[in-house]
Design a protein around this ligand. Structure first.
Ligand SMILES: Cc1cc2nc3c(=O)[nH]c(=O)nc-3n(C[C@H](O)[C@H](O)[C@H](O)COP(=O)(O)OP(=O)(O)OC[C@H]3O[C@@H](n4cnc5c(N)ncnc54)[C@H](O)[C@@H]3O)c2cc1C
Length: 289
């Protein structure tokens, strides 16, 4: 492995300055559970690794009346052990609590999961369905990007050289809403998703009709996918098997998987259909309380 400097800035400005100085030869380090694996495999030649965990703003985790703010360096366990987050954002907790095992979850966070931009990232679909926004800092100031637009390809994001993810901002869920995420893996835990589905639904006051919905898919395209047509098909419809089946079929059609050692195109499309039906039902149950 190429030797590199380990830098521990205390402010966003310092971190951005180091990243700018080294361009694509520097990388931010959050939990390091992807970064160290890739660095050891010589995926990059790094001159500097910029540890973000000494920057207070990036370690903030707050939940309030305007929503949830997840600092880019906050580890998964802090997200799923927070009872308020578990109550209000169970879909995000579904994702955070299956990323690796307990050791990984003690280091790895949703910020690193998003910036790593794996199509199989388990934390990303629930953020997308919650309409979360990524707050990014660079030398020109800060900007915001919807999470569904953040990943541009496998291991590729909208981040420009010198830019840093600050936090993920998740709006407060509407009344009568619920969310869930589930994946298929051949083993019981610690595996890469063959297919995954995140769902957010908002029901009317009776709990019998969908007001709106968002569905996002993982591991079935070069990036996580917002299946807009599938989610929109639920809006204004009764909560019944026919409506849910139609949405599940549209989610399957939105998937564009490849065949690889973990699954075939047909298997993955079928998995998306089955998982979509299940996860929509689970989100509905949660919305009904
Ligand atoms: C044994 C094992 C099991 C795993 N299981 C799963 C799993 O089940 N599901 C899953 O989705 N993933 C899994 N992973 C992958 C990994 O743990 C997750 O993607 C994790 O969320 C990465 O978070 P991190 O904080 O460790 O990121 P890091 O490794 O620190 O960073 C990941 C990437 O993002 C960049 N980055 C980090 N922070 C920032 C920032 N603030 N701004 C800009 N760029 C940044 C880094 O430079 C790096 O390129 C597993 C990994 C291992 C080793």
């Amino acid at each position: 492995m190429h030797p590199f400097a380990y830098v521990t800035p205390n402010t966003v400005e310092e971190a951005v300055a180091v990243l700018n100085e080294h361009g694509d030869r520097a990388r931010p380090l959050a939990g390091g559970t992807d970064l160290l694996v890739k660095a050891r495999a010589n995926a990059w030649e790094l001159d500097a690794v910029v540890d973000i965990k000494n920057i207070p703003e990036l370690m903030n985790l707050t939940i309030g009346k305007n929503g949830l703010s997840i600092g880019a360096g906050v580890p998964c366990y802090q997200v799923y052990e927070n009872s308020e987050i578990a109550d209000e954002y169970p879909g995000i907790v579904d994702g955070a609590s299956i990323i690796g095992g307990i050791q990984i979850q003690s280091r790895a966070g949703l910020g690193g999961n998003l910036c790593n931009a794996a199509p199989s990232g388990d934390g990303i679909p629930a953020l997308i369905v919650h309409s979360a926004v990524a707050r990014i800092a660079g030398s020109g100031g800060t900007r915001e990007v919807p999470v569904e637009e953040f990943c541009t390809g496998p291991s590729r994001t909208v981040l420009k050289p010198g830019e840093l993810l600050i936090s993920i901002e998740v709006p407060k869920p509407a009344p009568n809403s619920g969310a869930a995420y589930a994946r298929f893996i051949p083993r019981n835990e610690m595996d890469i998703a063959v297919a995954g589905v995140g769902v957010y639904v908002e029901l009317d006051d009776s709990g019998n009709n969908f007001e709106s919905a968002r569905i996002a898919l993982s591991s079935v395209g070069p990036t996580p996918i917002l299946a807009t047509e599938a989610g929109d098909s639920l809006a204004g419809k009764p909560v019944d098997d026919k409506t849910i089946d139609t949405a599940a079929n549209l989610a399957r059609d939105a998937a564009s998987p490849i065949t690889d050692m973990r699954g075939t195109i047909n298997q993955r499309k079928q998995l998306i259909k089955v998982l979509s039906g299940r996860v929509i039902n689970q989100a509905v149950e949660r919305a009904r309380g």
